[in-house]
Write a protein that binds this ligand. Structure first.
Ligand SMILES: Cc1cc2nc3c(=O)[nH]c(=O)nc-3n(C[C@H](O)[C@H](O)[C@H](O)COP(=O)(O)O)c2cc1C
Length: 171
């Protein structure tokens, strides 16, 4: 599968089969995160692979409003280790770094027949407590990974004309 095909196929998956992910496949997905670029190549993150069924359920039910997350055989949690670092451009690096790494993950997941769903609507405090994450760090994203239990969703996107302007900014 080429990159564009994976981009076109990826949609958010919110229902998962009760089927484990082979260890080799999981390793490949984590490698995709590992190879992502980061500001200053600092790689200031840690990925928690939540596989234990009780932990998944606890995380889903107590740290998010979504039960379906716990049904995925794996939940990846990205933790920023330098949440205060802001780049010269005045943009915090951690969200960009993790965004790129998890996008690698979502695309390799598609190649492996897996689905994912980026979860931003989680509760920071319970997520940290459940996963034993020190207060000074920040949970950036929660990403269930598993074999989809429903058909692919349809992408709804703005047109290129709406999204792109040339040479200077226009509304
Ligand atoms: C930063 C971010 C946060 C998101 N948070 C949630 C979320 O909390 N719950 C959810 O169901 N989907 C969440 N999504 C998924 C988006 O709703 C989804 O990507 C968007 O509707 C486009 O659909 P598609 O992913 O199927 O192409 C999030 C996506 C991104 C990129």
């Amino acid at each position: 599968m080429d990159v564009m095909e994976a981009i076109e196929k990826r949609t958010s998956v919110r229902a998962y089969q009760d089927k484990p992910i082979p260890e080799e496949t999981l390793k490949k997905i984590l490698k995709a995160a590992r190879l992502a670029p980061s500001a200053r190549n600092a790689q200031p993150y840690k990925y928690i692979v939540v596989k234990d069924a009780r932990m998944r359920e606890k995380l889903a039910n107590e740290a998010t409003p979504y039960h379906f997350i716990g049904e995925a055989p794996v939940i990846l949690v990205a933790v920023a280790l330098q949440p205060d670092y802001v780049m010269r451009c005045e943009v915090p690096a951690y969200a960009v770094d993790v965004g790129i790494a998890f996008d690698h993950v979502t695309l390799v997941a598609v190649e492996e027949g897996l689905g994912t769903c980026w979860i931003g609507a989680f509760y920071q405090k319970p997520a940290k407590q459940i996963l034993n994450i020190p207060e000074k760090y920040k949970v950036v994203a929660i990403l269930p990974v598993g074999y989809p239990a429903d058909g692919a969703g349809k992408k709804s996107r703005k047109s290129l004309n709406e999204l792109v302007c040339y040479d200077t900014f226009t509304e």
